[in-house]
Write a protein that binds this ligand. Structure first.
Ligand code: PXG
Length: 308
């Protein structure tokens, strides 16, 4: 293999000419050797759980919260992780170190492991743990200034007794189908409603509505993931003097809001310019969105688990 093939040169996502090290079940391997069996039920059935985590300024942001949520997701799908939360956290930090990450995006994945071609998860002998420490840019930078155009889509968020949306599982088809609708409508993101018709969340982000001095976001029972950025923004907003509540929201609440913004580890905080062709506020990210964005970035730079 030629050297240029061996070394991944995606300069948009990672530093040029570095070989990424991927954590697989306790070993750090070169990305070309980072392989999982085709009989892994993560691939065969989307049977597994994951987390998307960010590092800022040499620290892993909200690591404990992410690892806690990973274990809750695993518990909900009866997936045993044969490591403790502390061991998983250390492995995340080690993977950042191995890749000299200061600011980056970490994907932590636990699959059901190798099994048979049948569904039975109890025939899978051991779960597989994978950690990738790299980078992500979800939306073009200018959209953080201009705001994101979004639509509501027909694909509804999973019913809580189908795949509970609080489980961050490897089965993202529900969200992928919503994303396809968004992209086919000429926009990059969408709002999903729950089976009762209430606002749940975006395909990969939580949603907030601002009205005057009040922020509202759907409660998790409406189909929202317990987003870690969501929780951080709620805390920061309270500290900044806003009132914050979890409310049942309809599309009307979105259309008539002063501001709407989305939150997520990958997206961070991004303002919405228009929804279903109704402009939100003056059609640009509003002052509350921008202020909370600043607070978030300042907070994230200063808080987290040190990598080195
Ligand atoms: N809702 C859903 C459905 C998510 O997947 C969030 C909310 C935000 O949660 P955090 O804890 O990150 O604030 C997520 C997480 C993508 C992508 O490519 C997005 C997520 C995960 C993986 C990929 O858009 N978002």
């Amino acid at each position: 293999m030629m050297e240029s093939e061996e070394k991944r040169g995606d300069k948009h996502t990672r530093e040029f000419f570095t070989v990424m090290k991927v954590y697989i079940n306790g070993s750090m391997v070169d990305e070309k050797n980072a392989k999982i069996s085709v009989f892994d039920h993560g691939l065969l059935y989307g049977d597994g759980v994951f987390e998307g985590i960010r590092a800022y300024n040499g620290k892993v942001f909200k690591l404990e919260e992410h690892v806690d949520r990973l274990f809750r997701s695993a518990k909900a799908i009866a997936l045993e992780i044969d490591k403790t939360p502390d061991q998983i956290s250390s492995a995340v930090v080690d993977t950042c170190n191995a890749n000299e990450i200061n600011d980056g995006y970490i994907r932590l994945i636990v699959t059901r492991g190798v099994g048979t071609l049948g569904l039975n998860p109890y025939l899978c002998k051991e779960s597989q743990i994978v950690i990738i420490a790299s980078a992500i840019q979800l939306y073009p930078v200018e959209l953080y200034e201009k705001g994101l155009s979004i639509v509501t889509v027909g694909t509804m968020r999973n019913h809580a007794e189908a795949i509970n949306p609080r489980i961050k599982s490897l089965n993202y088809l529900n969200n992928v189908l919503a994303k396809i609708e968004a992209i086919n409508s000429g926009v990059m993101e969408c709002i999903m409603l729950n089976p009762q018709g209430y606002v749940a969340e975006a395909s990969g982000d939580n949603v907030f509505v601002v009205r005057g001095n009040t922020l509202s976001t759907p409660p998790s029972w409406c189909g929202a993931l317990d987003g870690i950025t969501r929780a951080t923004v709620m805390d920061l907003a309270v500290s900044a003097g806003y009132s914050v509540s979890e409310d049942v929201l309809t599309r009307y609440d979105l259309y008539t809001a002063d501001e709407v913004f989305l939150t997520g580890t990958a997206a961070e905080i991004i303002g919405v310019s228009d929804i279903d062709r109704r402009s939100i506020g003056d059609g640009r990210p509003g002052p509350v969105t921008l202020k909370l964005g600043e607070h978030f970035h300042a907070f994230a730079r200063e808080n987290g688990t040190p990598i080195r």
